[in-house]
Design a protein around this ligand. Structure first.
Ligand code: ADP
Length: 258
């Protein structure tokens, strides 16, 4: 049984079909990238998985069951997390852990372990107001893991960071993925490729490609149309350079790969 099974997922706002009949699954232990340009529908899919947004159609199962409180089982780092700057890192984790009804002693120990894991062991007692962007992302990862979720979902966790900060967080995520199941949303192909074993490439609410890098390469032997995805077409260039695909035609923002 898959840890997460998404079937025929749909979201419509008025006439705008933002997510169109998407199917995919995530198995325990996998790190899956949700890759697509801005506006592709990544956040909408994530919010439906978390039960923050209602589904227009389809089904989402966790361990084969429908759940009404997905947040109990899923750790979530939103694209724009809000932290309370007047709290210390430790206080924030204690507050959130308290909301999850974790027993005090267990919680204290877990907070210390998590702060060490994300590299904030020395600054847990400092106000969040003094944290850099990268430190806040580290704290965001720790808060997402506080209730030992079955699945960790991160929405563009490194996109807002400078190149060094991005590298730091990617290295941290490589450690975290050894013990977690991850859905990692990004519009940056290299990050997806570096971190994840499997990719869901979406554009305009449609799932274009689903599989491991090798499977994707096999699929690209058939024509794939990627519209308005300059970064994805960068990648197709790379496939051409490595003789993996025959040719690529670019018309405006559209890429046709053979
Ligand atoms: P991504 O996360 O890939 O950047 P989003 O899921 O945020 O994409 O958005 C996908 C599309 O859905 C965009 O065209 C966006 O404008 C639209 N959208 C998102 N939320 C709403 C909403 N509440 N009402 C109407 N349209 C929305």
């Amino acid at each position: 049984m898959h840890l997460l099974q998404v079937s025929q997922l749909q979201k419509r706002y008025g006439d705008h079909e933002v997510v169109q009949n998407i199917d995919f699954h995530i198995n325990q232990g996998e790190c899956v990238a949700l890759l697509g340009p801005n506006g592709a529908g990544k956040t909408t899919i994530i919010k439906m998985i978390l039960d923050i947004n209602k589904l227009t159609g389809g089904q989402i199962l966790l361990n084969g069951k429908r759940h009404h409180q997905m947040r109990k089982f899923i750790g979530y780092l939103p694209q724009h997390p809000t932290f309370y700057p007047w709290m210390t890192g430790k206080e924030l984790l204690a507050f959130l852990g308290g909301l999850s009804n974790i027993e005090k002693k267990t919680l204290e120990q877990r907070i210390n372990e998590l702060l060490e894991l994300v590299g904030l062991g020395q600054v847990g007692n400092q106000l969040i107001a003094t944290y850099s962007g990268g430190m806040k992302q580290r704290l965001g990862i720790a808060q997402a893991l506080i209730h030992q979720p079955k699945l960790l979902i991160m929405d563009e966790p490194v996109s807002a960071l400078d190149p060094l900060g991005r590298r730091d967080i990617l290295e941290l995520l490589k450690v975290i993925k050894l013990k977690s199941t991850i859905l990692f949303s990004t519009h940056i192909l290299h990050d997806a490729e570096e971190l994840c074993d499997k990719m869901l490439i979406i554009n305009k609410g449609r799932l274009l490609v689903n599989g491991s890098i090798n499977q994707i390469i096999e699929q690209t032997q058939k024509p794939i149309f990627i519209i308005q995805a300059p970064r994805l077409s960068d990648w197709t260039h790379k496939l051409v350079n490595e003789d993996i695909v025959e040719s690529i035609e670019l018309t405006g923002n559209a890429a046709k790969v053979r």
